[in-house]
Ligand binder design. Structure first.
Ligand code: C5P
Length: 237
């Protein structure tokens, strides 16, 4: 497989075409952003760690029957994934209150949420990824009713598997974001990345954040937490 032209540059990764129409090349950047890109910083080593965490988590989910896009690692920061028609919806799952859920509803941080809270956001940098509900998604034609039930179902399955996995290594999965796409057969497949850039993880023993909140709140070197997450996952996956 050969790396082709840059297709899209995100906040923490680049997506390249390849010589195969069904395969894309992802490069993880040593970059972090907050406030939807308004704050940007270079964090040496983050690309490598996130690439590794992401492929471990995708491999774990695949083993448990979740269809996902990761195919192969090509270097410490680069991987091959299935090319998909992306659905422009971010699916956020919340097991405990944090971040925008706390500010929106004025509830205590880390309040348990039962049942699991699922939220959709419309993926748009220009609009700052606004909250979007089911009828808005349908009216705007971003997904069908069947697609929406698959997104909710898949997000629930992924949540249950990840909660269980992180629990095994002493980490609380507070919340996280997923993105999905469709393959040529129309099957909805889990895509994007699975790393501490997209999830809130808390050390069950110390209560410390092991995720991007450390960057958002300027409370230290994020890669320390990310490395800890990687180290613990490597013991069990
Ligand atoms: O900011 P908020 O509290 O809504 O974030 C919920 C979860 O979704 C967090 O784990 C955050 O990292 C993730 N998220 C993301 N990308 C976004 C918005 C949220 O990965 N654009």
């Amino acid at each position: 497989i050969e790396q082709g032209n840059l297709k899209y540059e995100g906040k923490a990764k680049q997506v390249y075409l390849t010589n195969r129409p069904d395969i894309l090349w992802i490069h993880y950047l040593d970059q972090a952003t907050a406030l939807n890109g308004k704050v940007k910083e270079t964090i040496v080593g983050k690309g490598k760690i996130n690439s590794k965490i992401s492929h471990l988590l995708f491999t774990y989910l695949q083993k448990h029957g979740v269809e996902q896009h990761y195919l192969k690692t090509v270097s410490q920061t680069d991987e091959l994934v299935q090319a998909l028609q992306m659905i422009p919806i971010e699916v956020v799952s919340r097991n405990f209150a944090a971040g925008h859920f706390v500010s929106r509803f004025a509830v205590p941080n880390q309040m348990p949420l039962n049942p699991l809270v699922q939220e959709f956001y419309y993926k748009s940098d220009a609009l700052d990824d606004p909250f979007i509900n089911d009828s808005q998604i349908l009216a705007l034609g971003f997904a069908s009713p069947d697609d929406l039930s698959v997104l909710r179902q898949q997000a629930q399955i992924v949540n249950d598997l990840l909660v269980q996995l992180f629990d095994q290594v002493g980490i609380r999965l507070v919340d996280f974001k997923l993105e999905f796409g469709k393959n040529l057969a129309g099957t909805i497949i889990l895509a994007d990345e699975l790393s501490p850039d997209n999830m809130r993880l808390i050390d069950q023993q110390t209560g410390h954040s092991l995720d991007k909140d450390v960057f958002r709140q300027h409370t230290g070197d994020v890669t320390i937490g990310y490395r800890e997450v990687l180290h613990r996952l490597e013991q069990v996956i």
